[in-house]
Design a protein around this ligand. Sequence first.
Ligand code: FMN
Length: 433
Amino acid sequence: MSANRFHLAWFGAGGFGVKSWRKTWSGNGGWDWTSPQLFIDLAMALERACFDYLIIEDSSYVPDAYGGNAQAYLASATATPKLDPTVLAPVLAQATSKIGIVPTLSVTEYHPYMLARKINTMDHMSGGRTGWNIVTSSSHRAAQNYGHDQQVEHDLRYDMADEFFELACKLWDSWEADAVALDERNGVWADHTKVHTVDFAGKFFSSRGPLNANRSPQGRPVFTQAGGSDRGKEFAASTADSIICGTAGGVAEMKRFRDDVHQRMTRLGRPTGACKILFMCSPVVGETDAEAREKRAQQIAFAEEHPELGLLHLSRHSGIDFSVFPLDEPIPDTVSTNGHQQLLRQAIGLTPREFLRRTQGAVEMVGSPDTIAAQMDEIMQEVGGDGFLISNFDLNRRYISEITDGLVPALQRRGLVRTEYSHPLFRDNLLEF
Ligand SMILES: Cc1cc2nc3c(=O)[nH]c(=O)nc-3n(C[C@H](O)[C@H](O)[C@H](O)COP(=O)(O)O)c2cc1C
């Protein structure tokens, strides 16, 4: 086993929604997106390339932060529409047999019992390959869809997440591992002495329990989390099996982030190897370095022609209307948000135009498969681990193939990523190295 092997996962940006459309390689992406087929093709390709997992991003509202109405979001199919990831996840699990499938579910939109039951069901159905991308939600619009006036205050959302997590784990643990006796002779399917109520009464949630089905193959799903603020990192460090990091600012910043999380884990009494930190990136792959650079130049030109598209996400994640900010004046440090703090911190000081030129993730990766494989190797050696979370807002089948049939084989030839799965359970593969 190579000492410097790292992990790969995929972030399904935009969730179960419209992916690429109206571009050369979009296919019928604008209208056949409600079929799960593109996602099935993605999951199968990622499994062929031995990815650890696929996250299905989610949010459940129609944004209207940019320009004060939903026009730009609906016209461009940005962050809306989105179908329910928990309905897509079992379809992907059925089409695969090794890769981890991770739907996103919010602690401000679910009750812990309902979530624990859903995830337990999925982990059974997938044979132990289910994860939970734990999010708190951030928009007032999402909160209003669930009958609240406002989204809960930023840090308090993480307090709710702590309690939600504790209760969900108690529910997953409410059946002992050997509670199902399957004793046909005595007519005992489950031993009632091994199934326990949880009798949880917290500040935000309560539940009697037990869960109404036995433990799934993994018991608890694999937990992924993306908090980037201090409070978010603290929550992630105490709960996550894998942190998905959207940090900007280059390799030094990636290393700082990982060291910070490790310090928190050590203080919390967790071994640092128990959580794999994967860094978001969106490699631009070409036949040659020159071709890749040309592609990147076209991406930037497109972003500059349509500045609003690049600012829609910043607006919805922060709740700030960036349509009124001059494109070439730095975003002042007086702006603040109850939404995604990490993202807004990355934008402050840049002009909106500079912000939309930046790459997704910490480091720009542009080149042939071999060039990018070498770059990933170098980055991981400097950062110390644990891998990359690949994402592309403009997802089409050509991009999937560039990564899974171009970049991944180049990484495999260098011995940097796995060439086969060692274990049937998702968590065991994730924690293997
Ligand atoms: C890679 C990545 C994926 C994320 N996926 C989702 C998601 O699917 N749904 C969601 O509501 N928030 C998502 N978030 C937002 C995070 O859950 C979190 O709210 C955000 O990183 C801000 O955290 P902070 O306020 O602690 O900095 C994601 C963030 C990152 C960086």
